[in-house]
Design a protein around this ligand. Sequence first.
Ligand SMILES: Cc1cc2nc3c(=O)[nH]c(=O)nc-3n(C[C@H](O)[C@H](O)[C@H](O)COP(=O)(O)OP(=O)(O)OC[C@H]3O[C@@H](n4cnc5c(N)ncnc54)[C@H](O)[C@@H]3O)c2cc1C
Length: 309
Amino acid sequence: MNIAVIGAGIAGLSAARALVDRGHTVKVFERGRVAGGRVATRVIQAIELPRGLSGDVAFDYGAQYFTVRDDRFSALAAEWERDKVLAKWAGRIVSFDGEGWEDVEDTTSRYVGTPGMSAIADALARGLDIEYGSKVEALAPLLNDFDRVIVATPPDQAAALGVTVPVVTMMPNWTVMAAFEDRVAARFDAAFVNGSPLGWIARNTSKPKRNWKIDCWVLQATSAWSRAHSADRSDDVGSFLMEAFDDLIPAGLPKAFFASVHRWKSATADPPLAAGAIQNDRITLCGDWCKGSRIEDAYLSGIEAATLL
Ligand SMILES: Cc1cc2nc3c(=O)[nH]c(=O)nc-3n(C[C@H](O)[C@H](O)[C@H](O)COP(=O)(O)OP(=O)(O)OC[C@H]3O[C@@H](n4cnc5c(N)ncnc54)[C@H](O)[C@@H]3O)c2cc1C
């Protein structure tokens, strides 16, 4: 069959790969310039570095790491490990209860793409026919040209194409990327934060194969705070969240020589469906929101979409 896939996030890529493996002809349409969607790494170009600092300033500004639970995903993760596309992140992760820090005592293995999270999307995208910079505005032309269409976008973006989509609330997320002249005086690499507008903070540079010479942090506001402030100006959000970060570091923050703010309009489903993927005549919907809120869910949703065809 001739199949169109809309969206080169993890779900779209995994559906496309599974279909190509079964001998179908697949074309992926992606509105962005790179694959990955919410699995995203930003390398800051042409930035003047403070004296004594060198190398890349880079941030995983979407998904921070991934976990592996399902056999179908672990087979792929093993392949990525062999090809050095991923590495285990052994950073010290703590949780903050509003008063003090405590080590997160879990047995979860956390993996990251190397040298950035986007490496896993690049690996999935390799060899696929992907048209970048190609935003699909309507389904009718694709339904004329292809036997089947897989819509692998968040639900609001699928609905904008005129597809019937179950009601799923996608929560936004405000994210700050900041690089500091000196090392932030934190005795941890990442933290789940309670009692703050921030829900997660991470020293990006503590992940394997990053440029450890420059202290780069990613700060994510909670879903609730992000929703309450979704219409705020990004400059105001950036200043406010940097102050919230400063409040968490007793010694105070060193000077940031770079800071940027990103708003994810559709970050995580609250709650997601338990459908896997949804078949609607010649149109199939998939994405993390059909199954869960993680990279692994997006991957499995793509695989499940491919099996419905
Ligand atoms: C801030 C944040 C932190 C997160 N942290 C983690 C984490 O630590 N661990 C974890 O496992 N998960 C995390 N997640 C969730 C994880 O990123 C997602 O579950 C997963 O990436 C979703 O993949 P997807 O393919 O379903 O959707 P997406 O990644 O959203 O991909 C959809 C793609 O469709 C494209 N698209 C949309 N509309 C169109 C159109 N009309 N035409 C063409 N292309 C279109 C988009 O550009 C995008 O590339 C996080 C997400 C966010 C936002």
